[in-house]
Design a protein around this ligand. Structure first.
Ligand SMILES: Nc1nc2c(ncn2[C@@H]2O[C@H](COP(=O)(O)OP(=O)(O)OP(=O)(O)O)[C@@H](O)[C@H]2O)c(=O)[nH]1
Ligand SMILES: [Mg+2]
Length: 323
């Protein structure tokens, strides 16, 4: 594959070229990895930046419906929108990709939209790298907004929040006063909490739920990356397309404030350091995954269990054999 012409076509914003490039970064084949690196290096100088919006929420909360409505609103304003998904392997059956295609039917027909369903999965480390590279490709292709969706099952939110400029948490209206068991750590990542399905019979409940979360957010420790009034909770209806413009206004004003105050840049720099650190860790662990390393580990294990070698010396010896 000619990466030169592929990069030219991506820079021109060709969706088919972008799709092919993402397939390339998703591949585990060594020759594909090499081509992917070359391509990313060629595109690195494009200087284009998108607003990266992470979106998380439990199954059925309305993520796909929201992305469709929200994405349609953005393309209606002349913006180009890319949608990527991050899914830990265990969380879903293959069926929902099909479901997503039907749910994002309008958006998938928009010429200014690009939708990439999640690939078949391996470990989260691999998913994170592929998503990071897919984001870089979408930015080079000139997308204004990249939406990164994940189903809320713990670890994947961390990945998405470390890849995003803004993190949205989508919640459903809840009866009673329980806070839906949303983990504190996940609430702390959110810049905006959107209570979806604020329509019909659910509207009053949604309004109450929103007030509950607004209260809960006020109790969290103030974060340096927020202006007055953030993080905030709002109601939306993805189906009736209500509240989407207000939500977009809030996202833009938060983004503007962060840009003006140097927080946007600092955040991206911190994310780059975070991913560097993660890559180093993964690469080191991968070195333990070879037959030689495993055999050495087994041998040293026997020494340690017999008490002939202490664990720290054994570890040092093992690490000494890796290079
Ligand atoms: N009343 C109402 N229903 C909604 C709204 N948004 C989504 N739904 C419904 O909720 C159900 C789930 O919506 P999806 O968009 O598929 O939810 P999801 O979060 O993408 O679900 P997964 O992909 O399974 O994680 C569908 O039946 C939608 O029609 C809304 O704003 N109001
Ligand atoms: Mg969905």
């Amino acid at each position: 594959m000619q990466t030169d012409s592929l990069s030219d076509r991506i820079l021109k914003g060709e969706r088919r070229a972008l799709a092919r490039a993402i397939t390339l970064v998703e591949s585990n084949r060594a020759d594909h990895r090499a081509q992917a690196s070359e391509l990313l290096a060629q595109l690195a100088g494009s200087g284009r930046q998108a607003l990266r919006i992470g979106l998380s929420g439990t199954p059925g909360v309305g993520k796909s419906t929201f992305i469709e409505s929200f994405g349609m609103m953005l393309t209606g304003q002349g913006l180009r929108v890319a949608v990527l998904a991050v899914d830990p392997s265990s969380a879903r059956s293959g069926g929902s990709i099909l479901g997503d295609k039907t749910r994002m039917e309008r958006l998938s027909r928009e010429k200014n939209a690009f939708i990439r369903p999640s690939p078949s999965q391996s470990h989260l480390g691999g998913v994170a790298r592929r998503t990071r590279e897919a984001i870089a490709l979408c930015e080079a292709a000139g997308y204004d907004v990249v939406l990164i969706e994940t189903v809320g099952v713990g670890q994947s939110e961390t990945v998405v929040s470390e890849l995003s400029d803004l993190f949205l948490l989508l919640l459903a209206p809840a009866g009673g006063d329980e806070l839906q068991g949303v983990k504190r750590g996940i609430m702390e990542m959110a810049d905006i909490i959107l209570i979806n399905k604020a329509d019909g019979d659910l509207k009053a409940t949604a309004t109450r739920t929103c007030a509950d979360y607004a209260g809960a957010l006020r109790l969290l420790r103030k974060r340096p990356q927020d202006p007055e009034g953030f993080p905030k909770a709002m109601t939306v209806s993805a189906v009736e397309e209500q509240g989407l413009e207000q939500a977009w206004d809030e996202m833009q004003s938060l983004t503007r404030w962060r840009r003006d105050n140097g927080i946007w840049e600092a955040n991206r720099a911190a994310q780059a350091r975070y991913w560097f650190d993660q890559e180093v860790r993964h690469a080191l662990l991968a070195r333990l995954d070879t037959p030689q390393a495993k055999a050495e580990m087994e041998r040293l294990n026997a020494e340690v269990s017999a008490g002939r070698l202490n664990p720290a010396s054994a570890a040092e010896e093992l690490l000494g054999t890796l290079s």
